[in-house]
Ligand binder design. Structure first.
Ligand SMILES: [Zn+2]
Length: 456
């Protein structure tokens, strides 16, 4: 099917300009000032007054993540569907093997699970230990099109690596692949000690989740990782950066010429730690790691976006039902960590970022689509409105008002940390691989199927 999009304003990371777009066979075949409707065009969309964005890419989501309180409540179907409603056409999830399990086997199993996704997907693959086959398996995964290897400096009792293992993994990625280390930075041992201390003192409310993960435990981990990356010459991507001190370390490393990328999430840009002050019912939804920070941290994160110190915004989408959060009512250590957001990231950043003049429209699309595609080897098929790119296109109404609520969102959760927040901007159409997938508030194509993406 050929599709013609007329009169829209195309926004890229460099500029925005008016042009028409012709879509044929799932790709963008032509971009030009005036494209006339020819005989093979079956559908014309008039995008006057709207922005045309490349489909948004969420580089950080956890569908069906196993936890002691049960899996995170969105699976690949419900989570990808929610993503599509917000204009996100590609997600990057995780492969987390059990210790002792082959990484390649875990990758194959996760690929099967993700077949339910209705949008395209890729994975960060985690080495959760360093044994005699780990190096070889990292190289094999890379040969199969995996670009990003996720390392946890926290959670050392199950998926985290100690410093020695971390160094070895960085050496393999740097020396034997063209991949990148994607890292969760928190000093796991210190966090663990604080958790135990608070619990033994009977301090069990959600507030102590936050107090057991102070800003220093993140920024010191960031600093340590940067030193290791420098020694091993390994490119790194630091996930969910939340503190001003982390930003400082990252900026310094970038100024020295190190290949260091950073991500933050909408919740760290919008909320601060006062959310942990209230009742369990109000504060437990905000239990996530790292926790929400102080107002000064938020300001520094916002500054880091236009300065290009932080290159990407992911959601760390990991929703739960309130009943799951409630398993930690008497002990914050049992509250499953995470919140939803895959559906709201574009509208939140458009509202708080673009409309508040904190970022330009070019920066917005850079953070939400272009850079995630470039860093993780998906560009220019994804993250670009360009001839030859996949026709993943969002036609965005910059004036559409909406109010976020768990009563009407599409994520599979009965809570929403953004409850009652008013947003401006929403997709009018989402086109996925050349097909109209979403129109207004409705999914119009019932046979959507996501594809596993190989990184280059
Ligand atoms: Zn995460």
């Amino acid at each position: 099917m050929a599709l013609l999009i007329k009169n829209g304003t195309i926004a890229t990371e460099e500029s925005h300009y008016k042009a028409d777009i012709l879509v044929e066979d799932g790709k963008i075949s032509s971009i030009s000032k005036n494209i006339d409707k020819h005989s093979s065009v079956e559908k014309v969309i008039n995008a006057e007054g709207s922005y045309i964005f490349p489909g948004f890419i969420d580089p950080h989501v956890h569908m069906s993540l196993p936890t002691p309180a049960g899996n995170s409540s969105d699976d690949f179907y419900t989570g990808s569907r929610a993503a599509l409603f917000g204009g996100t056409t590609t997600i990057i999830d995780f492969v987390t093997p059990n210790r002792g399990q082959s990484i390649l086997e875990a990758l194959e199993l996760r690929k099967k699970e993700a077949e339910d996704s209705i949008i395209d997907y890729s994975f960060h693959v985690s080495p959760v230990e360093f044994n005699e086959t780990t190096a070889e398996e990292i190289i094999k995964c890379h040969d199969l099109g995996v670009k990003s290897f996720k390392i946890y400096m926290a959670y050392k009792d199950n998926i985290g690596l100690n410093d020695e293992e971390l160094m070895k993994v960085l050496e393999v990625i740097s020396g034997k692949t063209t991949g990148i280390a994607t890292v969760h930075c928190e000093l796991g041992d210190e966090v663990e000690k604080l958790r135990e201390t608070f619990a033994s003192e009977g301090k069990t409310q959600p507030l102590y989740h936050a107090l057991s993960r102070p800003a220093r435990t993140e920024s010191e981990a960031v600093k340590k990782l940067i030193q290791m990356a420098e020694k091993t010459d390994c490119p790194i991507y630091i996930v969910h950066v939340s503190t001003s001190k982390s930003v400082e370390h990252i900026r310094a490393a970038q100024n020295e010429g190190l290949e260091v990328y950073a991500e933050t999430c909408p919740h760290y840009l919008i909320f601060d730690s006062t959310k942990y002050g209230g009742l369990f019912v109000d504060s437990a939804p905000y239990v996530m790691s790292p926790p929400l920070r102080k107002k000064q941290d938020l300001q520094e994160l916002w500054r880091a976006l236009p300065e290009d110190v932080i290159q990407a915004i992911g959601t760390d989408h990991c929703p739960f039902m309130f009943a799951q959060k409630k398993t930690g009512e008497k002990d914050f250590r049992k509250i499953p960590n995470g919140c939803g957001g895959v559906e709201h990231r574009p509208a939140l950043l458009f509202t708080y970022g673009v409309k508040n003049n904190k970022i330009t429209i070019e920066k917005f699309i850079d953070l939400l689509s272009v850079m995630p595609a470039k860093i993780f080897g998906l560009h220019p098929a994804k993250g670009a409105i360009a001839e030859g790119s996949d026709a993943d296109i969002v036609i965005w109404n910059p004036d559409k008002k909406s109010t976020i609520s768990a009563s009407k969102h599409h994520q599979n959760s009965d809570i929403n940390i953004y409850e009652n927040i008013k947003t401006v901007g929403a997709p009018e159409y989402v086109i996925k691989n050349g097909e109209i997938a979403l129109k207004g508030k409705k999914i119009v194509n019932k046979t959507l199927k996501g594809r596993y993406l190989i990184s280059v």
